[in-house]
Ligand binder design. Structure first.
Ligand code: PNS
Length: 157
């Protein structure tokens, strides 16, 4: 049984995140999607809300579990029995930061990080831009799952 860990801020989850999770569903036996609980940042949605949104989006996949974590990612990976971390890569700009984290995590515990190339049409998509567009009254309907779009509309009402 191979467990993959897909960690992130997911504030909010986007179609890009769901694309990466969907790829993992077809490759790994078990997929743990983990929301970081970060008290030093003020997110738009708190960790429980982000977990709830992800659960709604991932409900049709039997091998996906949604959870949250704080502290070191490698410690959490050990706790849930994950042997692989999976991250999405949109462009070379992601690579610089992602490779640093992957190498640090490898240094800390030896864990493997796999990168999934996102769909080209999601290359410009990020949670922060989605928040900016929604906050300024633009349409995010094509960028996030319906349940997330509804939650964003409610939050910015
Ligand atoms: O969605 P994001 O912002 O790219 O997610 C970043 C995340 C949660 C994967 C990253 O911040 C993380 O792994 N945080 C845990 C802290 C940690 O383990 N740091 C040391 C290794 S880089």
């Amino acid at each position: 049984m191979i467990t993959a860990l897909v960690p992130g801020s997911f504030d909010p989850p986007t179609n890009g995140h769901l694309d990466v999770i969907e790829r993992c569903v077809g490759i790994f036996d078990r997929v743990v999607v983990a929301v970081i609980r970060n008290p030093s940042k003020t997110p738009l949605f708190d960790a429980s809300e982000r977990e709830e949104l992800l659960r709604s989006c991932c409900g049709s996949w039997d091998n996906v579990e949604v959870d949250s974590f704080s502290g070191l990612l490698v410690d959490y990976a050990e706790q849930v029995g994950a042997t692989t971390i999976v991250k999405g890569l949109r462009a070379m700009t992601d690579f610089d930061y992602e490779i640093q984290m992957a190498q640090m995590n490898r240094h800390l515990s030896g864990i493997v990080t796999l990168f999934v190339a996102t769909k080209p049409e999601f290359g410009y998509l990020s949670s922060s831009l989605v928040k900016q567009v929604a906050g300024l009254g633009g349409s995010i309907d094509a960028l996030v799952p319906d349940v997330v779009a509804a939650a964003m509309k409610e939050r910015f009402r």
